[in-house]
Ligand binder design. Structure first.
Ligand code: 5GP
Length: 126
């Protein structure tokens, strides 16, 4: 079920628990601002999630309320993870789903990093 991105942050969400280490994850990167781990159900050869350490429901929440330092730290972390995975030369895709039309399932902002093969059209045409 997609989440409602206008609701307050839910401290019980699965990514909050991953951040606290209460639920295990395959961690690939961590710094002051961000945490990155492998998606449990990968949609490409490389499918990594990067989340801010702050309590933000979605890109909307983050872009509205996060400090300039948090935003810079998070954006740099996404780039760092992609570089560390060797994705710059072959290329990759970033995706952040927001709310129902975006298909967001977890109410803690996450950016998907996809790579490892040509990823095809940007969006499914129906
Ligand atoms: P969304 O649809 O919200 O943009 O993406 C949520 C992503 O989180 C999905 O790709 C899903 O596979 C992943 N995911 C959901 N639960 C877990 C979990 O417990 N661990 C990990 N590593 N990924 C998860």
């Amino acid at each position: 079920m997609p989440i409602d991105p206008t609701l307050p942050y839910d401290d019980e969400n699965i990514f909050a628990k991953i951040l606290l280490g209460e639920i295990p994850s395959n961690k690939v990167y961590e710094d002051e601002w961000a945490f990155a781990f492998e998606d449990i159900n990968p949609q490409a050869e490389i499918h990594t999630l990067v989340i801010p350490k702050g309590r933000y429901v979605s890109w909307d929440d983050f872009s509205t309320k996060a400090s300039a330092e948090e935003i810079a730290g998070f954006v740099r972390a996404v780039g760092e993870v992609a570089r560390a995975k060797g994705l710059v030369e072959p290329g990759y895709r970033l995706l952040a789903n927001i709310g129902a039309h975006g298909g967001q399932e977890v109410p803690h902002l996450h950016v998907h990093i996809f790579g490892g093969r040509p990823l095809g059209p940007m969006i499914l045409r129906r």
